[in-house]
Design a protein around this ligand. Structure first.
Ligand code: NAP
Length: 246
């Protein structure tokens, strides 16, 4: 078995997932990354190879599909003979007020953001249990704690992630596996770009540090939770939000 650790990051073609992959790649991890589009996930892999000289395995995987995501996770562990870190990052929004929310909008968000974590995690637990080591890091959101009008589906999915994180941490702690979540605040990515100037200004005014977060702000927190220094931290939700929620 090679000494080089292995990390999986879902939804790593852009935004927070890409920054997380880059942070782990530059810390010496081999990377398995996925997204839904061939061109963008391959381009991300190429950028990661150039930026951090990492061994990168890009795959087109829709995390809503249980078999596909489990084959991806098991495939990465088999390919490199180990699996150290799983970052469940892929996520979407389908905002609507509760009265108008369509069942598809509810289902899409719950399937993509929450059920995917169950599918990927279940596949990752096998090699991690065997090795008696693993780090599972789930990307939640500040709105799971604060609530947000127009996002009952998204907030429910992220609240589910926080609860899953605590329960799983209790289940697998004795096997040397830590399970934590990182809850980003308002981060500048494609997901928030569509909000427009006015809404962005209003949101920024609620951030004591006076700026939007960057994907790298989140990536640093994930890299810390993956590191040996975070070995005694489990079942936690680490908020990274410039102080907008305390
Ligand atoms: P983003 O820029 O929209 O990127 C989303 C990523 O997820 C893309 O790589 C996308 O790949 C992938 N993805 C979406 N659906 C997928 C699916 N079904 N299967 C596989 N991959 C899929 O989003 P982001 O802002 O970086 O958000 C990343 C995570 O942080 C999400 O879980 C989000 O909820 C959370 N978060 C973000 C913020 C924020 O302010 N941005 C705040 C709190 C939490 P393709 O393009 O190939 O589909």
């Amino acid at each position: 078995m090679s000494d080089q650790p292995v990390a999986i990051v879902t939804g790593a073609s852009r935004g927070i997932g890409y920054a997380v992959a880059s942070a782990l790649g530059s810390r010496g991890y081999r990377l398995a990354i996925c997204g839904t589009r061939e061109e963008t996930i391959r381009a991300a892999a190429e950028r990661l190879r150039e930026a951090c000289d990492a061994d990168v395995w890009p795959e087109v995987v829709d995390v809503r599909e249980r078999e596909a995501v489990q084959a991806f996770v098991s495939g990465a562990a088999k390919r490199w003979g180990r699996l150290d870190v799983l970052v469940n990052n892929a996520g979407i929004t389908r905002d609507n007020i509760a009265m108008r929310m369509k069942p598809e909008e509810w289902r899409d968000v719950l399937d993509t953001n929450l059920s995917s974590v169950f599918h990927a995690t279940q596949a990752a637990l096998r090699p991690m249990m065997k090795a008696r080591f693993g780090r599972i890091i789930n990307i939640s959101s500040v709105v799971a704690s604060m609530g947000n009008p127009g996002q009952i589906n998204y907030c429910a999915s992220k609240g589910g992630i926080d609860a899953l994180t605590r329960s799983l941490a209790r289940e697998v702690g004795s096997r040397g596996i830590t399970v934590n979540a990182v809850a980003p605040g308002f981060i500048a990515t494609d997901m928030t770009a569509e909000l427009g100037e006015e809404a962005t200004k209003a949101l920024t005014s609620q951030v004591p540090l006076g700026r939007l977060g960057t994907p790298e702000d989140i990536a640093h927190a994930v890299a810390f939770l993956a590191s040996p220094e975070a070995g005694y931290i489990t079942g936690q939700v680490l908020h990274v939000n410039g102080g907008m929620y305390m």
